[in-house]
Write a protein that binds this ligand. Structure first.
Ligand code: SF4
Ligand code: SF4
Length: 369
């Protein structure tokens, strides 16, 4: 098991933007701060940031640091592939985009059951990845999954070559019936696979908690809510890596400082997190993690994650705040609005949270239009 700093990976999926494009200067600064604090692990994926994440890893990390001092993790984009796609070509393209000739960690990206039984078997994805590993172009092979514990168990039973599992885990989703973090974590552990964590702060949702939760946290110490969320996953024994999509240099400093000084949670702290979870559950927020996997799939150009984010911010707000309404109006001047949804379902195929997006958009329209 690595030390705590070594267990914290930098996810390239929520990078800062400037003038409509990724802000490379700000990203370089964040990368430097992360590395100076002892971090080495960078995670990307084919689709992240409108397919610009991999090339940004090349520019901001690979071309600026010796290859053997950094760890690069990527994923075969199973959940968006077509039967006609060639996984060999995709893999070569990923190596080229990232500017590397091997990946330290490589995963099948979200082979949820319908893709596992269909596309994965047809294109023989796991055997293809095994071949890359034999060639030395993957060091460690894993799976990243948003599905039930039963599906995870099936995949791990059928594919003994899998060496680690990336799961969405945070204190809010731990016992939820839709994410089932705890059960998935237990399945991975029972197969002796180390767990990598994604979404420890639930796409930022656990940084912006309501007043009741803040009060519970403040009763114990001055950690901000995002760090309470981080402490929950740091505290799990079988967590080898935590991936966090950071957007500001302040987040990098705050996270690294916290992790460096982290000690196991005591009983009181565990109780406080459980209490916070209870207080979060009843606010009727939309369970969107703003991952933007659905971006670019809507024929009506509805900015889905932004709509859900504003809806959730509005729900969490303890007073009427017209700025969310103003922002919604502004966005709708350039994009489709929630009520433009024709329920075609295109976006729902890509959502790792399995949201019924068209239904949730009706709630957004009811509030903001
Ligand atoms: S279901 Fe609605 S939001 Fe989703 S792609 Fe279709 S029109 Fe767009
Ligand atoms: S709706 Fe689903 S796919 Fe789209 S941003 Fe939210 S969680 Fe991601």
């Amino acid at each position: 098991m690595m030390d705590d700093i070594g267990r914290f990976g930098f996810g390239f999926m929520r990078l800062p933007y400037k003038g409509g494009d990724i802000d490379l200067d700000a990203t370089n600064e964040m990368v430097d701060a992360y590395i100076q604090s002892g971090g080495r692990f960078f995670d990307t994926a084919y689709q992240y940031l409108g397919e610009k994440s991999e090339s940004t890893i090349r520019k901001c990390v690979v071309e600026r640091y010796p290859r053997d001092e950094i760890i690069i993790s990527d994923k075969m984009p199973v959940y968006t592939m077509k039967m006609s796609d060639d996984p060999y070509e995709i893999f070569e393209e990923q190596l080229e985009r990232c500017g590397v000739d091997y990946f330290d960690y490589y995963m099948a990206h979200d082979p949820e059951d319908r893709y596992y039984e269909g596309l994965c078997r047809k294109l023989d994805i796991f055997n293809v990845m095994k071949e890359f590993k034999r060639q030395g172009r993957i060091k460690k092979l894993g799976v990243s999954l948003h599905d039930t514990p039963e599906v995870l168990d099936k995949i791990l039973t059928e594919h003994l070559e899998i060496e680690f599992v990336l799961l969405q885990i945070n204190y809010k989703d731990w016992d939820s019936s839709y994410v089932q973090s705890r059960e998935c974590y237990e399945v991975a552990t029972s197969h002796n696979k180390p767990v990598f964590v994604m979404g420890p702060i639930k796409g930022g949702q656990l940084a912006r908690v309501n007043r009741d939760v803040k009060r519970v946290f403040a009763s114990h110490n001055d950690w901000p809510p995002a760090l309470w969320a981080l402490s929950f996953v740091l505290n799990l024994d079988n967590v080898e890596m935590i991936l966090s999509g950071m957007s500001t240099i302040e987040e990098v400093h705050e996270n690294m400082e916290f992790i460096r000084n982290f000690n196991k949670l005591n009983e009181d702290e565990v109780r406080i997190i459980n209490k916070a979870r209870d207080l979060l559950d009843n606010r009727g927020e939309i369970q969107c993690t703003t991952c933007d996997y659905c971006k670019g799939h809507c024929p009506n150009d509805i900015p889905i994650s932004k709509c859900f984010d504003l809806y959730n911010l509005n729900k969490k707000s303890d007073r009427l705040d017209s700025s969310y309404y103003d922002e919604y109006d502004l966005i709708c001047q350039e994009h489709g609005k929630a009520s433009d949804c024709n329920e075609c379902g295109e976006c729902e195929q890509t959502c790792p949270q399995h949201l019924k997006i068209s239904r949730e958009l009706k709630k957004v329209a009811n509030i903001f239009e």
